[in-house]
Design a protein around this ligand. Sequence first.
Ligand SMILES: C[S@@+](CC[C@H](N)C(=O)[O-])C[C@H]1O[C@@H](n2cnc3c(N)ncnc32)[C@H](O)[C@@H]1O
Length: 221
Amino acid sequence: MPANDAEKVRDYFERASDLFNSIYTGEKSAFGRLLDKLLRPDLKERFVLTLREIQHEKPQSLIDIGVGPGQYLKAYVELGVPRITALDFSKPMLDLAENLVGEPPGGVQVSYVVADFMEYEPDQNYDISIAMGVFDYVADPETFLLKMKNISNRCVLASFPSISVWRTPIRKVRYAYKRCPVYFYNRARIETLARKIGFKDFEITKIRGSGMDYFVRFDCD
Ligand SMILES: C[S@@+](CC[C@H](N)C(=O)[O-])C[C@H]1O[C@@H](n2cnc3c(N)ncnc32)[C@H](O)[C@@H]1O
């Protein structure tokens, strides 16, 4: 039985890796695909925004925390980022990612790490650290974001789920049923968090639509 919130989240994403992956692959019923199209356009948009930053920054190294089933990872490899760490505490998620990416081309090195980010001790920093769709499940976002800042040379990219009058209560009920904690943000809470941690520059982009993510770039210097 999971003992704390992080274990509940890990337990959930060990059970739900195929389900989450099906949002990307479309391997589900026509009704399921329609629901994803209506309710999850933010997933596509945060992917596009993340890749835009990577193309612009051309990092030598990055870590994707909560990398999930590998669609982001595949894109970083295709963009030729030389040193990539793919971290997730759900082993089934990392297996999907490794399967999707296969053998990386020469000049690209991918390390797969099964770990809770809060317990991960990297031996060197990364140019960029990324956490997409992860702060939804983090009980202590201040410590988590500070740790991301401390291991990043240039910037941190992260998404935060926004609060919506109708989507948030539905999501809370769905996740309570799945025994997985879930958290929500507004712009003021993200700004407070950023200042408390010591980020001087950050840019918050609200993905269009009710209950959609905030995409945030935090600059490290
Ligand atoms: C909703 S999925 C998002 C996956 C991917 N980033 C994407 O957007 O396609 C969240 C992922 O974060 C992972 N995760 C959540 N908290 C984590 C933590 N503390 N350490 C490592 N992985 C974590 C989960 O196991 C899950 O695979």
